[in-house]
Ligand binder design. Structure first.
Ligand code: ZN
Length: 285
């Protein structure tokens, strides 16, 4: 058994194609993305893949710099931004397996085959993402061995999407949190209502109970340290969002109240998007 190490590749926030801004901060931007390498003496496992061809190529060069054999790529949840890079990665690392838990796999298949969703990814990153993405394989285990150390998979449930997972690496007290934990980036609440956000907050308690010293977020600001304090910060953000949606009327009011409390986070486009969805769902209810 060797001591594992962990390092994180972050693709910075960048412009995407999208509907014009409705107000300040609403310019179409994609949040910073993380991919995490966990490695021993010889072998390495990657968690999540980056999105665009250029991001994946930079990620592949970065992986090469560790001089380890990439044996597997683990996908935390079904949103395409966390696995759509698999095909291009596997061109560089053909021997690496690609793994997703059954419900994550199911969601990935849906994202890859649903015409609306595929059009969405093509639309925001034209010519920068594959038209027929390579899918991960189903992983039936909740444990992955890396040179005698265990990487534990937790089917945690609600994060920014349902059926999310996180990876716990007990030997180094690390959690790779996918989109359950956010670090200095606005949180994507558009797939949640107040109840789902309550589940999400409880799931963050489950991560805190693991007592990690390293917590990597799927969307992690460049340079922001991987601190466990991001768990409580994420919970506070979700509580604030639910309260503000209940207390305020318009999209603009939700956005300005959220930015007053959390204006130092990356990518306010996300708040605008989530506020629009919250108002739309309120009217639908
Ligand atoms: Zn994401």
């Amino acid at each position: 058994m060797s001591d594992l190490k962990l390092d994180v590749n972050i693709a910075p926030m960048r412009p995407m194609q999208g509907a014009p801004a409705q107000g300040p901060g609403d310019d179409p931007m994609w949040s910073p993305m993380s991919a995490t390498l966990i490695y021993g003496q010889r072998d390495a496992i990657l968690v999540d893949t980056q999105v665009t061809f250029a991001q994946v190529d930079a990620l592949s060069d970065w992986i090469d710099s560790f001089n380890r054999r990439l044996v597997g790529i683990y996908v935390t949840h079904g949103h395409s931004d966390h696995w759509i890079g698999l095909g291009r990665l596997k061109e560089r690392f053909p021997d690496a397996a690609a793994w997703a838990r059954p419900k994550v796999h199911e969601r990935a298949v849906f994202e890859a085959t649903n015409p609306g969703l595929s059009a969405y990814w093509q639309g925001i990153f034209p010519n920068e993402v594959p038209t027929s993405p390579v899918l991960p394989e189903r992983l039936d285990d909740t444990s992955i061995d890396l040179e005698g150390s265990e990487l534990q998979i937790i089917d945690i449930g609600q994060g920014d999407t349902a059926d999310s997972t996180v990876m716990h690496v007990p030997s180094i007290a690390a959690v790779v949190g996918g989109d359950v934990v956010y670090n200095q980036v606005h949180m994507m609440t558009a797939e949640t209502d107040e109840n789902a956000r309550g589940d999400w907050i409880s799931n963050l308690d489950r991560i805190a109970a693991l007592d990690p010293s390293i917590v990597v977020s799927g969307h992690n600001r460049v340079g922001a340290p991987f601190l466990p304090t991001t768990i409580a910060e994420s919970q506070q953000y979700l509580r604030d969002f639910s309260r503000i949606v209940n207390e305020t009327e318009t999209v603009e009011d939700i956005v300005s109240a959220m930015l007053e409390l959390h204006g130092d986070r990356d990518n306010p486009r996300v708040v605008w998007h989530c506020a629009r969805e919250a108002v739309k769902n309120r009217h639908a209810a």
